[in-house]
Design a protein. Structure first.
Length: 162
C-alpha cells in the first residue's frame, strides 16, 4: 500500500499560480519535491511487494540481514568492517543492533517461530545451538538454503530495475 497516496500531483501551471499568491514559493522546487516524494513512495511499494513475495516484512528482513552480517567471515572482501561481533547474538544483542527493545525482538521471534514467548525468552537466556534441521523444526527458518546467493540476486536485480 502506498505510504503517501500521491497519485495526482498538481500541474506545473498550478504551482506557478500558487507562487503568485505566495511569493516565497519556488514552483520548480515544489515540483521536484512532490515528484521525489511520489518516487520514494513507489520505491517503498515495490520493496514491500518484494518482501511479501518472499514471505518477509521490513522488520524480518532487517533481522535476517543482522543475522547474516554476524555470520559473515572477516576474510570476505570488505566484510570485517561491516560485521557484527563473531558468534551468535542473543535477542538482546539483536534488539540493540536493530534499535528496538528485547521484548520487541522476543515477540518478533515468538510470532515468526510459533513458539510461546516464554519459551523463546528461556531459550535465549542460555546458549542454544541449532542444526539447520533443528532450526527448521523450531520455526526459526522456513526452509534451508544451500547458499545466501540463491535469493540475493533476485533482490538485487529487482532493485536495479527501479
Amino acid at each position: 500500500m502506498p505510504l503517501l497516496l500521491l497519485k495526482d500531483l498538481p500541474r506545473y501551471e498550478c504551482l506557478l499560480e500558487a507562487a503568485k499568491r505566495f511569493p516565497d514559493l519556488d514552483p520548480s522546487a515544489c515540483d521536484v519535491f512532490l515528484n521525489l516524494l511520489r518516487t520514494g513512495d513507489e520505491v517503498f511499494r515495490v520493496t514491500e511487494n518484494n518482501y511479501a513475495s518472499h514471505g518477509l516484512s521490513q522488520g524480518r528482513f532487517g533481522v535476517l540481514m543482522l543475522l547474516w552480517r554476524c555470520s559473515c567471515a572477516p576474510t570476505e572482501a570488505g566484510a570485517g568492517e561491516h560485521c557484527l561481533p563473531d558468534g551468535p547474538l542473543t535477542p538482546a544483542e539483536l534488539a540493540a543492533a536493530a534499535g528496538v527493545t528485547r521484548a520487541t525482538m522476543t515477540g518478533l521471534i515468538a510470532r515468526h517461530t510459533g513458539q510461546p514467548a516464554e519459551r523463546v525468552r528461556a531459550d535465549s537466556e542460555r546458549d542454544r545451538w541449532f542444526s539447520a534441521e533443528e532450526a527448521l523444526d523450531y520455526g526459526i527458518v522456513d526452509h534451508i538454503l544451500e547458499r545466501v546467493d540463491d535469493i540475493r540476486p533476485d533482490v538485487v536485480s529487482r532493485a536495479a530495475g527501479l
